[in-house]
Design a protein. Structure first.
Length: 208
């Protein structure tokens, strides 16, 4: 009978995309920075997301995968899960953060190989929580943002919990990125750094 691995087990030891750079515009005056300067980038997206932003998120995931940038996320929303599938085609590390305690968490079948190979690192900012709730989901996203160098918010529903978190992160000085699109004006107006399509994504300045 096959053993289903859980966190805590000892496992033996896995269209040409457009490029994205963080750009400074007249709408905000944060210091000059590019996505390529980040060692670890958090990826967050609301459950529902406009179609053109979904495509931008896929492009970003493919480029980050090729560049070997570590992406951190709960990989819970549909866009986040799709990006995880793209990221696992590369060889860089992915950090999956749970909205519950990691102890005893059963690794989904489609992720077992990547976990066994050390490609996916499981973390949790919800120690002691045995169930996933709306509260622990917020705590999970806060933890994701906390341990990342930069935060990419693909889309945050106006008035939603992710938008509120994004505003708090910006107020606390976290570098928050978002795609330069009308759907994200609610984030850009509060200080999120807009991302624009460029001819190349230079990841050579990545830390580490």
């Amino acid at each position: 009978m096959n053993h289903t691995p859980t966190v805590g087990d000892t496992v033996s030891t896995g269209r040409k995309p457009s490029a994205l750079n963080a750009t400074t515009t007249s709408r905000q005056s944060a210091p000059e920075s590019t996505v390529g300067q980040a060692q670890q980038i958090a990826l967050l997206c609301s459950a529902r997301c406009p179609g053109d932003l979904i495509l931008k998120a896929y492009d970003f995931a493919v480029q980050a995968c090729a560049a070997g940038v570590t992406i951190i996320s709960g990989f819970h929303s549909a866009v986040e899960r799709d990006c995880l599938s793209l990221l696992l085609k590369g060889k860089q590390k992915v950090i999956l953060c749970l909205a519950r305690d990691a102890t005893g968490w059963r690794v989904p079948a489609h992720l077992r190989r990547a976990v066994a190979e050390g490609r996916i690192e499981i973390r949790s900012g919800c120690t002691g929580e045995r169930r996933v709730t709306a509260k622990t989901a917020v705590l999970r996203n806060e933890y994701v943002a906390q341990i990342a160098d930069q935060v990419l918010v693909v889309y945050a529903t106006p008035g939603g919990k992710l938008e509120a978190l994004t505003h708090r992160l910006i107020a606390n000085g976290k570098l928050v990125l978002t795609f330069d699109a009308p759907y994200n004006e609610n984030l850009i107006a509060h200080g999120a750094r807009p991302l624009e399509t460029r001819d190349g994504l230079d990841m050579s300045q990545r830390k580490g």
